[in-house]
Design a protein around this ligand. Structure first.
Ligand SMILES: Cc1ncc(COP(=O)(O)O)c(C=O)c1O
Length: 470
């Protein structure tokens, strides 16, 4: 048999590229002294080891040390990404049939968690900054209003920082949520590093969230799939969490991933703190230098916008006037061997971690400068990439399990979607099962496809069909 995966990986390893994307370890051996044996360690709950599903020994001790490092009451290493951790946390804080208040631009794993746990969502739409074309955060006042209108809500589930690094005011949201005796869950998949530097925005655990999910692999030097669940308060039933953990976790959890969670935390709790602080200072300088280049703009927040409480600038969000973000990403990759995490119509996003060195930043500045000086200017339409707001016509999980048929996208306007349509990245659904397909949504989908952005959930070779409720 041929080995196409191996061949592609070898090619990627040999390519001397600069990584501004996941995984957070950036395919570097910088942590060699911490993880020299990682490739060779693959074991199970044999004598002398421990069981991630029921930790009593070394894993228990390691998780307790991690809880200390993250300032949590308890920490659980997880091996199925924040996807699996979101399922576990949602099953812990609710029971089937419960109503939850959910940020509408959450990751698809939250929607899948609602289907799996049969939850009924009330959505909180994120705000959109028209001046800078950036999806921003959630207002504490909107959370309070939604709770007052839906007093039977069991829990509030928000996502912060968002993919762009925009942070909501978690402290104030936690205060509101707790005032009404509800539980606050924060999907902080993009923020495991925050707690390790005072120069970064406040972390959700520090801000008072009850349960917090981390993708260790996204912003810390750790293997893909590694994740953690942190408990911040006594509102979380640890026995129930332990039980739901086993419901959604393989009975053969990987020691490589378990160890990688430990190593990433141990590193960050030690020399990683200083490195992160140093990188944040360097990024401040990088932002100044990028902003000094003609045509280049780095988004670092907007003082006039109260929905941007803070901005995590380890995610460098920049644009070059007259060039689409997706084109900038392509040129950086093809001409300069620099891989960005993502792009949209306007922006490119360079996702940095402690594994990025000054030389990486210098390469980015000089490539962006070169592109800004040499690339032609294209008039960009001042389009709003605000999310559509489809109407929910059927309960999410009922729609998921209902009878279905396939229609052309054009003919589906007015029908109820049986599927999720998701631009990638960032993996946030435009529509989910049970919602009405509108002209606005149709136009938005065409806009995304015409601009060369990846979208999943559509059918047919040309992605011009959609699954609807029969
Ligand atoms: C906000 C958010 N939550 C959860 C996830 C799922 O994370 P994972 O890939 O670790 O399963 C993602 C993935 O990109 C995400 O962006």
């Amino acid at each position: 048999m041929k080995t196409p995966v191996l061949d592609a990986l070898i090619k990627l390893m040999k390519e001397d590229h600069v990584s501004f994307h996941f995984p957070g370890h950036k395919i570097k051996n910088t942590l060699i002294e911490w993880g020299e044996y990682i490739p060779y360690i693959d074991t199970t709950e044999t004598e002398g080891m421990d069981n991630l599903l029921e930790p009593r020994g070394i894993i228990k001790e390691s998780q307790e040390l991690a809880a200390k490092a993250f300032g949590a009451k308890a920490t659980y290493y997880a091996v199925n990404g924040s996807t699996g951790s979101n399922y576990i946390a949602m099953a812990t804080i609710t029971k089937p049939g419960d109503k939850v208040l959910v940020q509408r631009n959450c990751h698809k794993s939250i929607y899948n968690g609602m289907i799996l746990n049969r939850l009924n969502p009330v959505y909180l739409y994120p705000n959109y900054n028209e001046k800078y074309h950036v999806l921003t955060g959630i207002n504490p006042e909107d959370v309070e209003k939604a709770i007052q209108e839906n007093p039977d809500i069991k829990a509030v589930i928000i996502t912060t920082p968002n993919y762009y690094g925009v942070c909501s005011d978690i402290e104030e949201i936690a205060r509101v949520v707790h005032k009404y005796d509800k539980i606050l869950m924060v999907d902080e998949a993009h923020g495991p590093h925050l707690v390790f530097s005072d120069k970064a925005p406040i972390s959700a655990i520090e801000a008072g969230a009850d349960i917090v999910i981390h993708s260790t692999h996204k912003t810390l030097p750790s293997f893909t799939q590694t994740s953690m669940i942190h408990v911040g308060s006594d509102r979380i039933d640890l026995n129930k969490l332990r039980d739901r953990y086993t419901l959604f976790t393989t009975t053969s959890p990987s020691y490589l991933f378990t160890l990688s969670n430990e190593i990433a935390t141990a590193y960050m709790d030690g020399e990683g703190r200083e490195k992160l602080g140093k990188n944040i200072d360097k990024i401040d300088e990088v932002i100044k230098r990028l902003n000094a280049i003609d045509r280049v703009f780095v988004f670092t927040g907007d003082k006039d916008d109260s929905t941007i409480h803070d901005k995590d600038n380890t995610k460098i969000l920049f644009r070059i006037d007259g060039i689409k973000g997706s084109k900038v990403k392509k040129i950086l990759r093809e001409k300069y061997n620099i891989r960005l995490e993502m792009s949209d119509y306007y922006y490119g996003l360079a996702l940095t971690t402690v594994m990025n060195e000054d030389a990486d930043f210098e390469k980015l500045i000089s490539a962006v400068e070169d592109i800004a000086k040499t690339e032609g200017y294209e008039e960009l339409n001042q389009v709003s990439i605000k999310m559509p707001t489809p109407t929910m016509r059927m309960n999410l999980h009922n729609a998921y399990y209902a009878g279905k048929e396939v229609l052309s996208l054009k003919d589906s306007i007015g029908r109820i979607s049986a599927t999720s349509i998701i631009p990638y990245p960032p993996g946030i659904p435009l529509i989910v099962p049970g919602e009405e397909i509108t002209q606005e949504l149709y136009d938005h989908i065409l806009f995304i496809m015409e601009n060369g952005l990846e979208i999943v959930g559509l059918m047919g070779y040309n992605k011009d069909q959609i699954v609807v409720i029969e």
